[in-house]
Ligand binder design. Structure first.
Ligand code: A3P
Length: 296
């Protein structure tokens, strides 16, 4: 996409049935052709499942908990977003990756079947973070209000239906979490839950450390837990997306680091909406035994 292209709410175009922002769909061949190095690490999530949090934990683990090193650049520059291809100032994933030497950490929101095959052929490590559907939906709703490149969210009630119908950018939450769950053992994917990270961040940081074959001292792990707390990351200009200007992320509407809790859905769903959502959830998740929790 050319530097002069205007920022606006991009329409969605389907790739293999998955709605993606048009700039991603238009650039699809280059994204699909991306060839990672076997040493590259993928962090995959459905949008708003705790991606930025996990990116920061991983970057600190790889840098021995050094806060100064982790502050070398904003999250999306340190850990490129593979498929993003919108106009500046949002850095394009593929162009950042072209100028980085492996091993790289790479973020994606693509569902499993759209992740470039090279990741699996090269046996790259991959971390998937999942968040319970209702909190994920609430977070996405507020994000779509403030991210002025995402499609207009419209009213809350209608947004719930868009989520249930898989009409939001990056498609169905249900297919997304199930797709990686089904492949996790075959592909050696570390499958994490946002709720577990909130419940016991130290345990989950250690789990990631082991997966990355690292061994850090207890002091360093404690420091990483502190540096990646919601409160610390909300104040950190390298993690709170304050570098993205207001015409793109209007954080006066809703902060990127909004609440960072489990269970905020109870403040949004009416009893009738909850019933409708839960009935549909049972239908869409009937064959999956993924242990999601909506409170901790
Ligand atoms: P809320 O909107 O519920 O507050 P992503 O990084 O995938 O876009 O996810 C963003 C969500 O993760 C937001 O959720 C954000 O507040 C939350 N988040 C970001 N950093 C966090 C942290 N360190 N601890 C807990 N939640 C965090």
């Amino acid at each position: 996409m050319a530097a002069g292209d205007a920022i606006h709410r991009f329409p969605l175009i389907k790739i293999q049935g998955v709605p993606l922002m048009c700039h991603i769909a238009h650039n699809w061949d280059s994204i699909w052709a991306f060839r990672p190095d076997p040493s590259d690490l993928l962090i995959a999530t459905y949008p708003k499942a705790g991606t930025t949090w996990t990116q920061e934990i991983v970057d600190l683990l790889l840098n021995n908990g050094d806060a100064e090193v982790a502050r070398r650049a904003p999250t999306s520059v340190r850990i490129p977003f593979l498929e993003i291809h919108s106009p500046p100032p949002i850095p394009s994933g593929l162009s950042l990756l072209k100028n980085m030497d492996p091993p790289r950490v790479i973020k994606t929101h693509l569902p499993f079947q759209l992740v470039p095959e090279g990741f699996w052929k090269n046996k790259c490590k991959a971390i998937y973070v999942a968040r319970n559907a209702k909190d994920n939906l609430v977070s996405y709703y507020h994000f779509d209000r403030m991210n002025l490149t995402q499609p207009e969210p419209g009213p809350w009630d209608g947004y719930i239906h868009k989520f249930m119908n898989g009409e939001l950018a990056w498609g169905s939450w249900y297919d997304h979490v199930k797709g990686y769950w089904e492949e996790r053992e075959k592909r050696n994917i570390l499958y994490l839950f946002y709720e577990d990270m909130k419940e016991n961040p130290q345990r989950e940081v250690e789990r990631i450390m082991c997966y990355l074959d690292l061994s850090l001292s207890d002091d360093v792990i404690s420091r990483i837990v502190e540096l990646t707390s919601f409160e610390t990351m909300k104040e950190n200009p390298m993690t709170n997306y304050s570098f993205i200007p207001k015409p793109v992320f209007d954080q006066s509407i809703s902060s990127f680091m909004r609440k960072g809790v489990v269970g905020d859905w109870t403040n949004h769903f009416s009893p009738a909406q909850k019933q409708l959502f839960d009935d549909d959830y049972k239908r869409q998740m009937k064959d999956a035994d993924i242990p999601f929790r909506t409170d901790i």
